[in-house]
Write a protein that binds this ligand. Structure first.
Ligand SMILES: Cc1ncc(COP(=O)(O)O)c(C=O)c1O
Length: 408
């Protein structure tokens, strides 16, 4: 074990993990839905409320100055976490859903009927429905990179899918439903040769290691705080600076303007131009604490740990007769989705909960891919984070075997 990755010490930083559920020690395996929060995040938010709570940017008083300083420091933390070229390229939003809606709304104003947005069959609804809204409003066309039976993207199909009407390629970094890790740098490099901008849904990227938007070469990258050990209701959109200068604002209101008259308005420079109204200040401060903590982790050791959890779970589950793993791409984050013949995923999930094990069941906001892979009722999904242990995987395996016996 590396000096910086001490699992026992790391778990102790997450108070919510230390509890019993239904008389059993909690085994929290629903990390792709949301992660637990380390003490430094809880304390940063509490400290803000106890000492610094004020609205930002416009106040001349001490508390407002402190709140503003922390909020803007959080922007720098996001910049560092993503290796963006400048803090001005970071726009605070509610999460990935809002980030993609922002792009769809602002970038969408450049689109017309017949323009194409290329997404993948692996997308979360957050990277499908905003484009449907444009399809309904403007008549744009959604085209889709197909998925192979193992849950990887069929990138061989990409060149044929791109046409002179393709305006944006928008794909996820990691599939929340299957765990597939997509070769986003390769996709962005391909798009760049054709001058097509790219958006990466990074909801499930940063929770499993550092992200470098300049190395990926994307135009937009979206993250959600709550997936990366920070509070919910806060997230960030990275956008390359020229886009932020060029695109129109997403929402109108206070803080995003330079001047307002009844016959004219001048917008503030980015990123303020895209941050109308009072933002989630305490959320941004919690996000800063989480990302600063994230930076200190030993991601090499964590990657090895997470892969070994995944391998252990895959091997143990595959041994169960009638159990089908959904999504077995070569490159995967530690997410495992499965169905068991003759059982409903919700029934398995309920029986696991009775044994203290938290997993997610259903379609994971990814109906198209689950239908294609023959799991229209959804799957049982166990998603691991850096604080999960091999004992917890063992507990999962025992509980799934037990649930299977009870239901068959
Ligand atoms: C891949 C992916 N994209 C988008 C989202 C939406 O994130 P949020 O609900 O935080 O906006 C999620 C959440 O599960 C996700 O996993």
């Amino acid at each position: 074990m590396s000096q910086r990755f001490n699992l026992r010490a790391l778990r102790a930083e997450f108070p919510a993990l230390d509890q019993s559920v239904n008389g059993q020690p909690l085994v929290y395996l629903d990390n792709a839905a949301t992660t637990q929060k380390p003490l430094c995040v809880i304390e940063a938010v509490t400290h803000f409320y106890r000492h610094d709570n004020a609205n930002i940017h416009r106040g001349v008083h001490a508390l407002s100055a402190r709140a503003t300083e922390q909020y803007e420091a959080a922007r720098h933390s996001v910049q560092r976490a993503l290796n963006a070229a400048a803090a001005e390229e970071i726009v605070f939003v509610r999460g990935v859903t809002e980030a993609i809606n922002l792009v769809a709304s602002s970038f969408g104003q450049r689109l017309k009927a017949g323009d194409e947005i290329l997404i993948s069959a692996l997308e979360h609804h957050a990277n499908i429905v905003p484009w449907h809204l444009l399809r309904e409003r403007l008549g744009i066309v959604l085209t889709v990179i197909p998925v192979n039976d193992d849950g990887s993207l069929d990138l061989g199909a990409l060149p044929q899918l791109v046409t002179p009407h393709t305006r944006l390629i928008a794909v996820n970094h990691v599939s929340n439903a299957l765990g597939t890790l997509n070769p986003v740098a390769e996709i962005c490099a391909f798009a760049r040769t054709l001058g097509i901008p790219t958006l990466i849904d990074g909801a499930q990227g940063l929770p499993h290691g550092p992200v470098d938007v300049q190395a990926i070469g994307c135009d937009f990258y979206a993250l959600s705080g709550h997936k990366v050990f920070a509070p919910s209701g806060v997230g960030a959109l990275y956008a390359r600076r020229p886009w932020l200068d060029e695109l129109p604002p997403y929402q109108g209101g206070g803080d995003m303007i330079e001047s307002v008259r009844f016959d004219a308005v001048r917008y503030a420079p980015p990123p303020a131009k895209f941050e109308a109204g009072t933002p989630n200040i305490e959320g941004a401060i919690g996000l800063k604490a989480a990302l600063d903590w994230h930076r200190q982790q030993d991601w090499c050791a964590i990657a090895a740990h997470e892969s070994s959890l995944l391998a252990q779970a895959q091997e143990g589950l595959a041994a169960l007769p009638g159990l089908r793993l959904i999504g077995q791409a070569e490159h995967k984050a530690p997410v495992i989705s499965f169905v068991i013949d003759g059982t409903h995923p919700h029934d398995i999930g309920t029986l696991l909960d009775a044994q203290g094990i938290a997993v997610r069941t259903g379609q994971h906001c990814a109906m198209p891919v689950l239908e294609q892979l023959g799991a229209p009722q959804g799957t049982v999904r166990a998603s691991f984070a850096l604080y999960n242990t091999h004992d917890e995987v063992e507990a999962l395996l025992r509980a799934v075997h037990r649930a299977h016996r009870m239901l068959s």
